[in-house]
Design a protein around this ligand. Structure first.
Ligand code: ZN
Ligand code: ZN
Length: 335
């Protein structure tokens, strides 16, 4: 089978390796669709594990199961997340699933023709796709679950004014989800095309980030934002977030600048105005279930976010598209 090893964004090598044979408690799945995530191109985050097979947004079909696997059979359509929290440790019991201390194994990456699914994922981490979730839509389950989690942590509710900085894939999913909650949505980006897309997908106000964002926000919204969702890694975006959050409001760091950046937080301002900074990293099982329901019910449409389908042979081009972020929103690899 073919597997793509990622060394860095400029160096991705597709190689032929033997197709694995599942042990008694394992199974083999064929990757039909696998999304390139914005986090896949973040080198400071991924390089420590390189070379690695990336791809954690999968839609797959089971092709073989081990002799003791009874729950699943060949032909079943599945989504499997990259990590499975234990559900029993202190962090899991407090719903900080992404901080689970018992995660020892990851699902091998989906930029490959097949994935050998380890026992723990067979036991406790495989989600059968409902009939009306396609393989392509399945690639949105994990990113939408992360968005669900971030908005829940921020307590986003009806009538909140929500400012979304960065209208890539996750920013647009935030627009779509907050829209279902009856929020007033303001989208900010450097890219005019992406702002137009954000408007089509439900943003009430769009602001070019070269403008005086805070001033435009106040002029058009009547006040600063109750919640700011930061979905861009540029430091200027972070500065805009500080300037745009209202008194008593919240900033959610959904994306962050790299670790080599020194970020200065105006803590006195935050203290006096009772503003908070939250972070949201990855997702947990309840978020995955919620994301699947949102896609299955059609409450969140995801198909209109897909801009490219590429074969595994063109994965380097896919990474280039996502890194540039100009022409693409969601790039799906079809191994
Ligand atoms: Zn992802
Ligand atoms: Zn745990």
């Amino acid at each position: 089978m073919k597997v793509s090893y990622w060394y860095n964004n400029q160096d991705i090598r597709t190689e032929e390796v033997p197709t694995p044979i599942p042990g008694p408690k394992e199974m083999l799945i064929k990757v039909i669709s696998c999304g390139i995530c914005g986090s896949d191109i973040v080198e400071w985050y991924r390089l420590p594990r390189a070379p690695l097979v990336q791809g954690h947004e999968i839609g797959a079909e089971i092709v073989a199961v081990g002799s003791s696997v009874k729950k699943y059979k060949p032909g079943d359509r599945v989504f499997i997340p990259p990590k499975i929290p234990c559900g029993k440790c202190f962090y899991c019991l407090n719903e900080h699933y992404p901080q689970c201390t018992e995660i020892k194994e990851r699902l091998p990456g989906g930029f490959a023709e097949y994935i050998l699914v380890p026992e723990i994922f067979v036991e406790n981490g495989t989600y059968l796709l409902p009939k009306n979730i396609t393989y392509d839509q399945s690639t949105f389950i994990e990113p939408l679950a992360c968005v669900v989690r971030a908005q829940r942590l921020a307590g986003i509710k009806n009538n909140d004014s929500v400012l979304i900085i960065g209208c890539g894939m996750s920013g647009l999913l935030h627009v779509k989800l907050a829209k279902t909650k009856g929020c007033k949505l303001i989208a900010v980006d450097v890219n005019k095309k992406k702002l137009e897309i954000a408007a089509r997908m439900g943003a009430d106000i769009i602001i070019d980030s070269v403008d005086e964002v805070a001033a435009r926000l106040i002029a058009e919204n009547g006040k600063k934002a109750d919640v700011v969702l930061l979905c861009a890694a540029a430091e200027q975006a972070l500065e805009q977030a500080w300037k745009c959050v209202d008194k008593g409001g919240k900033i959610v760091l959904f994306a962050v600048p790299g670790p080599d950046r020194n970020v200065v937080v105006p803590v006195n301002d935050f203290w006096m105005k009772e503003m908070s900074i939250l972070t949201s990293y990855y997702c947990g099982p309840p978020d995955i279930i919620e994301a699947m329901k949102l896609i299955e019910s059609g409450n969140i449409i995801v198909d209109d976010l897909i801009t490219h389908w590429l074969p595994l042979a063109d994965i380097a081009y896919g990474f280039q598209l996502v890194s540039e972020g100009r022409e693409s929103i969601k790039v799906i690899i079809k191994p």
